[in-house]
Design a protein around this ligand. Structure first.
Ligand SMILES: NC(=O)c1ccc[n+]([C@@H]2O[C@H](COP(=O)([O-])OP(=O)(O)OC[C@H]3O[C@@H](n4cnc5c(N)ncnc54)[C@H](O)[C@@H]3O)[C@@H](O)[C@H]2O)c1
Length: 408
């Protein structure tokens, strides 16, 4: 797509997540950031300086801006549906950060609005769309190793001890590791397993009363095609699953052995929730830490690991490496390199942005993580919560097949 005119993007929500995503989005030749909306003046002031774009103090004005073609929704989870629908009602395409909505009713409202307005929704930013995960899904769905029999994915991190805003520590407002991180793991296993989950059995755990949200879960997904997946996330900052992934982390760098202890100490060091919120505010776009948006390329970076994933097929097993993946076959191993230039630096929304731009230019739907896919993933996420509460198997009704073959 080199040489094509960039597509104009507007961002709603200039918070900590956007701060992580901006280095990638601002360097993407397919995208031009032309507008942003936030309620924080500091964020809007910085945006005007960094991008010379239009800064809006409310999302509706951004959605009315005729210059904006794609709206990137990065507000807190409880606003995802509201802001996506607002954009669709103004005829805009949307890349929406996961989760798609807090409830299936919210997902349905998004689908209704986008279908009526003839607009697209792509539910990202999901590390399931990192190049290695796309390649694993491609091999698994191609049948070249026979049927998929089992998928295991597990992540052990310090997630619960990262600085939070008040609403993130309230289960019903979108807090909980299941709602925030679950969509990524569910996307990964649904992509590899073909998409159609039949039922879910799970347990979730809340073990730290100071952080009154679920911080770990254990789920078993049964697929319509007979394969199954175990999905585990433990965010309590004890074991670090980078030990299982060649020492490489979610950022694609070597792990810091002290990270988990330091995360816990940092949270304990805040005297109050207000102090913790102030710290989180400093990390946001426009916050006092003044983080740079030019930190993309690094020689040390390798492919990012969203924990450890291994896929068993009839004729071989697949796992990720720092530079691609390995197939453990019947008579030996085959390494499949995924090149650095196109890989290590294409993280945080690169695939989502490229796919949305392609769909717009070619006047087609998005091929991956569209609104129906996002709803199906959210159904599984909510199924994990319901299964734990009711201590029983929950059956799925809104699943859709994986159709992302060829996206990379
Ligand atoms: N923190 C991360 O590293 C990270 C990474 C990836 C994705 N995400 C996702 O990004 C989303 C936001 O999380 P976050 O950590 O960046 O939160 P945050 O609180 O740091 O950022 C949210 C931003 O939205 C703004 N905002 C809130 N309500 C608004 C409204 N009504 N209109 C306009 N702006 C409004 C806030 O001022 C803030 O700048 C979540 O869905 C989260 O799952 C976060």
């Amino acid at each position: 797509m080199a040489g094509l005119k960039p597509i104009n993007f507007g961002i709603i929500g200039l918070g900590a997540g956007t701060m992580n995503m901006l280095p990638e989005l601002s360097a993407n030749p397919n995208a031009k950031i032309v507008a942003a909306a936030d309620t924080r003046k500091d964020a809007l002031d910085r945006f005007t300086k960094d991008f010379a774009g239009q800064a809006y103090s409310n999302p509706e004005d951004l959605c009315k801006d005729p210059n904006v073609e794609v709206v990137y929704v990065m507000t807190p989870d409880e606003y995802h549906a509201e802001h996506t629908i607002l954009a669709a009602e103004h005829g805009k395409q949307v890349i929406l950060d996961k989760p798609m909505g807090l409830t299936l009713d919210q997902c349905d409202a998004i689908i209704e609005s986008t279908e009526r307005n003839g607009t697209r929704v792509l539910v990202g930013h999901s590390q399931s769309l990192d190049l290695v995960n796309l390649k694993i899904a491609e091999i698994a769905n191609s049948g070249e190793l026979g049927n998929v029999t089992m998928i295991h994915t597990m992540f052990y991190s310090d997630w619960i001890y990262r600085p939070r805003a008040r609403e993130e520590l309230v289960q019903e407002r979108g807090g909980s590791i299941v709602r925030r991180q679950g969509p990524i793991q569910v996307d990964i296993v649904r992509m590899i397993g073909g998409g159609l989950v039949k039922s879910v059995r799970a347990n979730t755990n809340c073990v730290d009363p100071q952080r009154p949200i679920d911080g770990s879960f254990n789920a078993f997904l049964d697929f319509e095609n007979g394969s199954s997946a175990t999905v585990i996330y433990d965010g309590y900052g004890h074991f670090n699953s980078a030990e299982l992934t060649y020492g490489y982390t979610l950022q694609g760098f070597q792990m810091d052995p002290e990270l988990h202890v330091n995360s816990r100490k940092k949270i304990e060091g805040f005297g109050s929730l207000e102090e913790e919120e102030l710290f989180k505010d400093s990390t946001r776009y426009g916050g006092s830490l003044n983080r740079s948006i030019n930190q993309r390329v690094s020689e040390e970076r390798r492919h990012a690991f969203f924990g450890f994933t291994i896929v068993s097929c009839e004729k071989g097993d697949i796992r990720q490496t720092p530079t691609g993946l390995i197939i453990y076959g019947d008579y030996g191993n085959t390494e499949v390199p995924i090149p650095a230039g196109a890989g290590y630096n294409r993280r945080y929304c690169a695939i989502e942005v490229d796919e949305m731009c392609r769909a717009l230019r070619e006047s087609t739907p998005v091929r991956i993580h569209d609104a129906n896919w996002g709803k199906a993933t959210q159904e599984v996420v909510l199924g994990i919560i319901a299964s734990s509460e009711q201590r029983k198997e929950i059956f799925m009704e809104h699943q859709v097949a994986y159709n992302g073959q060829g996206v990379s």
